[in-house]
Design a protein around this ligand. Sequence first.
Ligand code: FES
Ligand SMILES: [Fe+2]
Length: 366
Amino acid sequence: MSEGQRQCGAGESDAGMLWDFWYPALRSNQLSGRKLRKAMLLEVPLAIGRDAHGKPFALRDVCPHRGMPLSYGEFDGECVECSYHGWKFEAHTGQCREIPSITSDSKLRPERIYAGAFPCEERDGYIWVYMTAPDSPRAEETPVPAPELPKFGARYSIAHLSAEMPVHVDHGVIGLMDPAHGPFVHQSWWWRSRRSIHEKQKQFEPIPAGFRMSAHAPSSNSLPYKILKLITGAPVTTTIDFTLPSYRFEQVRSGDLWFSSRAVVTPVRRDLCRLDFCAAWNVLRFFPVIGFILRVLGPRFIAQDTDTMTKQAEGLRSNPHLMLIDDADRPAKWYFQLKAAHLEAKRSGGTAPHPMEGPVTLRWRS
Ligand code: FES
Ligand SMILES: [Fe+2]
């Protein structure tokens, strides 16, 4: 079995998804008033809402009494009331506050009963949920804050795109970092043609839990970069970071102008992931050019990837041997190595060794 296949999670009990990380569960604008919304992350059903102060919370969408999804219940701004027998749970901690059926002399202590609750934060227009591993003790301390999209000034525009991909998160991640599919999947007049394929050389360096494509002048045959250079007259540089579990940050800068984006591949189920893409920029803020590119061309670009992965999923169903080749698939190899080192460090309580010893130059044609 190849490395890629072995590590793509099929059949493993934990399904190859990474716990103890933040993932976007919903867009902020999907949560309003006292409505409870269903979401799913790492195959965990969630009931998500906002308390009376607007602060979001995420409960496991399963009542600890008899399993009724809590999202069918009522929410009064503080507690969620299960629709089956009326047990009430505090929204942020999941602590049971009331069991209507017990009599005053009952020995049952409702406050010792908890519905599952996950840390929840709102950032960059998303409701983020920290997916605490099932075997972790109930955490009192707050984990690291949810990742924030870097912004280089107070005034900017922001846009969001998302698309579901019917593949394991590993295939979503390596599809996102794979440079070799561009000329075949993303052929279009405004991006590139198949004829534009040429040899490239990129410098990579290790960063904590990930790797960076060092600051470089971006592909000269892409129209958006040509436009940017035309506006500022200054050189354009771009830096791309990938970090576990599945975050890709890209910054393009030219003079005072900047464009910053973050793509997260969110594991929903073992056979389904979602790409959540968010971008902020101050380039041509008063002309809707970038907004147009993102809102109109962005979905087409992403659809090219999702269509490809939908077709790929058909091939993956027969559990084939897979190959990762140098140098174009080297980032994918690093991803699997980073992930394996992270899991091993969690198991052993040690620190994860980095698969890269130092800066590396990769060469490929795309
Ligand atoms: S199932 Fe929720 S109160 Fe009984
Ligand atoms: Fe792509």
